[in-house]
Design a protein. Structure first.
Length: 386
């Protein structure tokens, strides 16, 4: 009896396993179907469901963007000298104060001339005596009372006396330090009673009405610069104008840069020689360029991209599209788009980091599209100094 029972239970056990397998397959199919339906529903229905993400965007417009070059420069005085003594002597008078404006010809320092003044008085007395002697000789010579040789001797004595006076006056003049041009006197380096040797400096004198701006350009920019060309000078938040006055005829062999000098009027004399400034040159204008705030460009390992709003409806709600872009150059806090976008695209400038591929966007603000104005003020070619 026992073997018969075992033979009857084996088919029942096999049928049970088959039923279990079928049930598991059906459950797997149901779960897969539900997952597929949910995925599809999320992809298609995600646009209609959920709160939209608030973003700020601007409408791209093509515009002319100036291409400029910005390099460092240094100011130099057009006229500047160190006031030095020509001859040795003791300082008898100081007739200037540091920072004083003086005119050309003003006597600034006088050395002691007491010895020269005494010699000059004696020379003038001798000149008077020889002049009288010459006059008497000229009266007597025609009558033969004085020979022609004696007359010539009196003439020579008179000429020597006059030359002695001129020599002493020149020596006295050398003991005066005189302003060669209008300008501002610098700090004083001498004291009253101090003995000066030839070449000792009393002070500096600088004409601040005009200044040179010296700067270097890469040799490849030689064709973009010419004498008389206007440039912009940026210093301490102010933008001033100057003109190129000269170009160095040779390129520096070490740096391969060209030295350029410009001239500017120093209004108010606020700028000083030795100051460093930024020099901006307009090279050319790029037409129909697309300018975008740099914050709108997202950078990743796959490259740069921007978020564009598509299918914008009346409620200012649209779909997101991440578009790969290339940036041709940077201008201040903006970039020029080389490819990927076109005029008329609505590009997100704020809030793009909160956006997911299936999000919906609500444009709640428009970025100020004053890029054309900012471009002219902030345009600079990166690496222009190299």
């Amino acid at each position: 009896m026992t073997p018969q029972v075992q033979n009857e239970s084996s088919p029942a056990k096999g049928a049970g396993w088959k039923t279990l397998i079928v049930v598991l397959l059906v459950l797997a199919a149901i779960i897969s179907g539900l997952w597929f339906w949910k995925t599809q529903n999320s992809a298609s229905g995600g646009w209609h469901g959920g709160a939209p993400v608030d973003v700020t965007a601007i409408r791209l417009e093509s515009q002319d963007v100036p291409d400029t070059l910005e390099v460092p420069g240094e100011l130099e005085a057009v006229q500047q000298v160190m006031l030095t003594a020509e001859v040795s002597g003791k300082v008898a008078s100081i007739d200037f104060s540091a920072g004083q404006q003086v005119a050309a010809g003003d006597v600034l320092v006088t050395l002691d001339t007491s010895v020269e003044e005494a010699d000059l008085s004696a020379a003038k007395a001798r000149e008077k005596f020889t002049r009288n002697q010459l006059a008497r000789a000229r009266q007597l010579a025609p009558s033969g009372a004085m020979t022609q040789e004696e007359l010539q001797q009196r003439q020579a004595e008179y000429d020597q006396a006059r030359a002695q006076i001129a020599q002493l006056e020149a020596r006295i003049q050398q003991k005066r330090i005189i302003a060669p041009f209008d300008g501002e006197v610098g700090l004083r380096h001498i004291d009253l009673g101090q003995y000066l040797n030839p070449g000792d400096t009393a002070a500096s004198l600088t004409n601040l009405s005009e200044l040179f701006i010296n700067f270097d350009l890469p040799q490849r920019q030689r064709s973009n610069i010419a004498v008389g060309q206007p440039i912009q000078l940026i210093t301490e938040g102010a933008t001033l104008t100057a003109k190129v006055s000269a170009l160095e005829p040779q390129v520096n062999r070490d740096t391969r840069n060209l030295r350029v000098q410009a001239l500017m009027v120093n209004e108010g004399q606020q700028l000083r020689p030795g100051m460093y400034v930024s020099v901006r040159l307009d090279l050319h204008t790029e037409p129909d360029a697309l300018l975008l705030p740099a914050s709108a460009v997202m950078t990743s390992a796959y490259g740069d991209s921007a978020l564009v709003v598509r299918e914008l409806n009346a409620e200012q709600i649209g779909k997101p599209e991440f578009v790969p872009v290339t940036v041709s150059r940077r201008i201040g806090d903006q970039v020029v788009i080389g490819s990927g976008l076109k005029a008329g695209d609505l590009v997100v400038t704020e809030g793009q980091l909160r956006v997911q591929p299936n999000s919906q966007l609500k444009v709640v603000g428009a970025g100020s599209d004053n890029s054309g104005q900012n471009a002219e003020e902030a345009a600079a070619v990166e690496g222009g100094q190299s």
